[in-house]
Design a protein around this ligand. Structure first.
Ligand code: G3P
Ligand code: CA
Length: 252
């Protein structure tokens, strides 16, 4: 049986650092990891997608344009080309020299420095690209420190088949008519709606908890909403401000 991600009564909200501590440092880089770590966030959220030559890298957009000094679709660039890009200068001059991490380097860093990974299988994937992700996790013995999420049920089915030990979360920007049914079908540990979607039906918390499924809401950066979501009984918050959320958590 898998670990439950449901919050115990009185326990603080679980803090998932969205793309790292991405309000204070360039998203999905070692620098934003460091912000999250210093902020005592136990989990870092990163997006993973394959390069042209099939190497899983940590990047959100389908192109490198917004978050690096390069241009082009991730799938048109080799891992070597991506490795030459600067992923910090767009954010602030202090971050020049930040690189686009590979999944391998990210897992190595977490293994050395501590912390856990909420890995979003982002965008388009094939079974082979998902298999490569699983290999990187397995070859490092990191299964107990990785949680996988995706908007795409098929990605989660492949992960379940290739790595049955990994906890899974389904991302949603509108709620399913029956979240419990899809959670059971996909054997989810968590159902992760956007805050806007969650607000259309906060009653899903009780329904999903009765089925053993946790609820994590994204991407929420203000204390008014943290407070409302805590009261609504959600288990965790995916936030760009992890240090502030851990501070808020311990303040009451
Ligand atoms: O973790 C939830 C969130 O990351 C999903 O949206 O676009 O930030 O990947 P996005
Ligand atoms: Ca994401």
């Amino acid at each position: 049986d898998q670990e439950s991600f449901i919050r115990k009564p009185g326990a603080p909200l679980r803090v998932w650092a969205h793309r790292g501590g991405s309000s204070a440092a360039p998203e999905n880089t070692a620098a934003s990891d460091e912000v999250a770590r210093r902020g005592r966030a136990e989990w870092i959220e990163n997006d993973v997608q394959p390069t042209k030559d099939g190497v899983p890298i940590i990047l959100h957009d389908t192109t490198v344009d917004r978050t690096t000094d390069g241009t082009g679709a991730v799938r048109s660039l080799t891992a070597a080309q991506v490795a030459g890009l600067d992923a910090g200068s767009w954010f602030a001059p202090a971050y020049v020299g930040q690189r686009v991490p590979t999944l391998a380097s990210q897992l190595d860093g977490l293994k050395t420095r501590g912390g856990n990974l909420l890995l979003e299988v982002k965008g388009e994937h094939t079974r082979a690209s998902v298999e490569r992700i699983v290999q990187e996790i397995h070859s490092r013995g990191m299964s107990s420190r990785v949680f996988v999420q995706s908007f795409e049920p098929q990605h989660l089915r492949w992960i379940r088949e290739l790595a049955p030990e990994l906890p899974l979360g389904l991302l949603r920007s509108t709620l399913d008519p029956d979240p419990v049914a899809i959670a059971k079908d996909l054997e989810l540990s968590a159902y992760n709606p956007s805050d806007a979607a969650f607000q259309t039906r906060p009653g899903i918390v009780a329904e999903l908890h009765a089925a053993g499924v946790a609820v994590n809401v994204w991407t929420v950066d203000d204390a008014t909403r943290w407070n409302a979501l805590e009261k609504a009984g959600v288990d965790g918050i995916i936030t760009n401000r992890p240090a502030e959320l851990t501070g808020w958590n311990t303040a009451f």
